[in-house]
Design a binder for this molecule. Structure first.
Ligand code: TYD
Length: 145
């Protein structure tokens, strides 16, 4: 399983840092929705679902958290601790977000509007979907873009 982490370009100067994200340039899809999680309580894990077609980029813009990705065959845990890093989460990928620091703000850029019909919330159903979806790559590692 290949995990794609985007390393965004910070525009730093004497005043501090700034990161700009543009669709199709820094982000590989049209950004139709942005949402973020904050004040996540200690010990909480969120997510526990996959999407049929939605793609996302997760950016922990403050604090840190961990993301567990599962393509139905393999699982990987990716820490997010830098505001200039984005984790690409394709469709057909089960995800869990956990280990949030008390100050964590996890921002999600999404390719589609909120649509409950795109969610797969049952793990067995996800395994079946992932199996029929075909594997894009059997390659291994963390790819930085
Ligand atoms: P939920 O799917 O439980 O979040 P997570 O995947 O992080 O566990 O969403 C929490 C609530 O927010 C739920 O009532 C649906 C609502 N929601 C929206 O209205 N729009 C959105 O874009 C998202 C992601 C959630």
């Amino acid at each position: 399983m290949i995990v794609t982490k985007y390393v965004f370009q910070p525009h730093g100067d004497a005043r501090g840092q700034l990161v700009a994200l543009e669709e199709f340039k820094d982000i590989p899809f049209r950004i139709k929705r942005v949402y973020y999680m904050y004040e996540t309580l200690e010990g909480v894990a969120r997510g526990h679902h996959a999407h049929k077609s939605l793609q996302q980029i997760l950016v922990c813009i403050h604090g840190c958290c961990k993301i567990r990705l599962d393509n139905g065959k393999e699982k990987k845990v990716i820490p997010l601790e830098k505001p200039y890093e984005g984790l690409y989460v394709p469709n057909a990928m089960w995800r869990e977000m956990f280990d949030f620091s008390p100050d964590a703000v996890l921002m999600v850029l999404a390719s589609e509007l909120y649509d409950e019909a795109d969610y797969i919330r049952d793990y067995e159903e996800f395994l079946e979907f992932a199996e029929n979806c075909g594997d894009a790559a059997e390659a291994e590692g963390v790819e930085e873009k």
